[in-house]
Design a protein around this ligand. Structure first.
Ligand code: SF4
Ligand code: SF4
Length: 157
């Protein structure tokens, strides 16, 4: 869901909730906000190697989406993809134009297809994703170093 007041600029989000599907999120994030789940969970998948989880719901909507299509973790929602939707330079909103005009069904489908097609992503969006990936790798290395140090300490005593 787009944030009309966030750093990426103004949007015309009408809170239709269409872009709030189940996404892979940081494992810690899912655990920290488990009490904010709003929908019946169909199943959870956990990917320890990349420290991520995917929570699937019975209606294929994000588990944090309230029935009125607002977000139960809005202030803390993840950067990717939640804070990037509705921003023309990142992921374009399929429902409303940047000028606030409702899109036709055909336009809606075209934009969904474009958003899914990695080759169409702008340089700026790719750069942002690369930054996030680097941040995650750095974080993983830092964690692994810490675990190694702790293990070494335990071996020494
Ligand atoms: S699809 Fe567009 S209008 Fe609907 S919630 Fe997402 S950003 Fe808002
Ligand atoms: S965390 Fe919030 S903004 Fe992100 S997909 Fe879920 S409901 Fe939408």
């Amino acid at each position: 869901m787009a944030d009309p007041d966030d750093d990426y600029g103004k949007t015309n989000c009408i809170r239709c909730g269409d872009c709030c599907e189940p996404f892979i999120m940081e494992e810690e994030f899912v655990e920290r906000f488990r009490s904010c789940f709003q929908r019946p969970v169909l199943r959870e998948q956990h990917f320890p190697r990349i420290n991520a989880a995917l929570v699937r719901t019975t209606d294929n909507k994000c588990v944090f989406l309230f029935p009125d299509n607002t977000c139960s973790v809005y202030k803390s929602r993840p950067e990717f993809p939640c804070r990037m939707f509705g921003i023309p330079h990142y992921l374009e909103c399929p429902k409303v134009t940047p000028e606030g005009k409702m899109r036709s069904k055909e336009e809606y489908e075209q934009i969904i297809a474009k958003n899914m097609d990695r080759s169409q992503w702008t340089e700026e969006f790719r750069r942002k994703l690369d930054e996030l990936a680097e941040k995650r790798v750095e974080e993983m290395i830092r964690k692994q170093k810490k675990e190694c140090n702790e293990l070494l300490k335990r071996i020494q005593y």
